[in-house]
Design a protein around this ligand. Structure first.
Ligand code: CP
Length: 305
């Protein structure tokens, strides 16, 4: 079993069969993670470098755990204290690391396209762990794995992504992946934070959370990037919370319980109320657990050949 591409740079253009294979393989690895001994040997002898040029808690720890669970040798790199701070280019950094005979690279970078660029200059398999506002494919895969476990299939599941769609790599990867898998996807947020023409990707657009709530199974709530307020995308956090904050009171208007997702980190009581984030309808920590399993699946399918 192999994926069509030797890199995972995004979910745009990835087939239903490949996404299905990753999700099914992730499910098998989830079972491994429930055993007393969680380590398996498929990547024994492989060396993986995690290049994190941007801050991360979940993705970085999750990739490291996934790599170690698959018995790979792992080196993690952060920009602080490296030669990047002396002005070294991404290409030089990557080629020097590759000269040390590595097999795979996981990269997070603030520039959209950084993972694509890297895949053209190194021989190793490249996995995108988030590139600017472009894509975050493993986040969308773990989100889909969580929904598949809950609903049995993604076909016809009604998912609304709420918040800052304009700057969100999580939104973009979820839209590509969910639509490919047959889900019905909508986005909701202030007009300033919804990209023009996004309907062309096959999503419905709303600017009213109250209108959306009766028609969805899932709300995937995005972190509001507080620095955006200074740029005038919305007037104040208070006003944002009033209109687009997802709260228990607002979701109580739905005929049946809505599943609450969030990629993290959460601004509690801004985009999502703390009580709802911690409620029985929230699958936020399940998303994190599935993140390790689905990343094991991606690493295994790309690297074990
Ligand atoms: N969801 C996510 O990418 O979180 P981190 O930025 O902590 O990795």
């Amino acid at each position: 079993m192999k994926l069509k591409n030797r890199h995972l740079l995004g979910l745009e253009g990835v087939s239903k069969e490949d996404i299905g294979l990753i999700l099914d393989t992730g499910q098998s690895f989830k079972e491994v993670l429930e055993r007393p001994i969680k380590k398996v040997p498929p990547l024994q002898g492989k060396t993986i470098v995690n290049l994190f040029f941007e801050s991360s808690t979940r993705t970085r720890i999750s990739f490291e755990l996934a790599e170690r669970r698959l018995s790979a040798d792992v080196v993690s790199f952060a920009t602080a204290g490296s030669s990047v701070s002396k002005g070294e280019t991404l290409k030089d950094t990557a080629r020097n690391i590759e000269a040390m005979k590595i097999d795979m690279v996981v990269i997070r970078h603030s520039s959209p396209g950084a993972a694509h660029f890297l895949s053209r200059v190194v021989e190793a398999n490249v996995i995108n762990a988030g590139d600017g506002a472009h894509e975050h494919p493993t986040q969308a895969l773990l989100d889909m794995m969580t929904l598949k476990a809950k609903y049995g299939s993604l076909e016809g599941v009604r998912v609304c992504i709420v918040g800052d769609i304009l700057h969100s790599r999580v939104a973009r990867s979820n839209i590509y992946g969910l639509i490919t898998m047959g889900a019905k996807v909508s986005v909701c947020g202030p007009a300033t934070l919804i990209p023009r023409g996004i309907e062309k990707l096959g999503v419905q657009v709303s600017h009213s959370l109250e209108d959306v709530i009766p028609h969805v199974d899932v709300l995937n709530v995005l972190r509001i990037q507080v620095e955006r307020q200074q740029s005038g995308f919305f007037p104040s956090l208070r006003e944002y919370h009033r209109y687009f904050g997802v709260t228990k009171e607002k979701v109580s208007k739905a005929a049946k319980p809505i599943t609450i997702m969030h990629p993290g980190p959460i601004n509690r009581d801004v985009e999502l109320s703390a009580d709802l984030a911690d409620s029985e309808h929230s699958v936020i920590l399940e998303q994190v657990t599935n993140g390790v399993a689905v990343r094991m699946a991606v690493l295994y399918l790309l690297g074990a050949a």
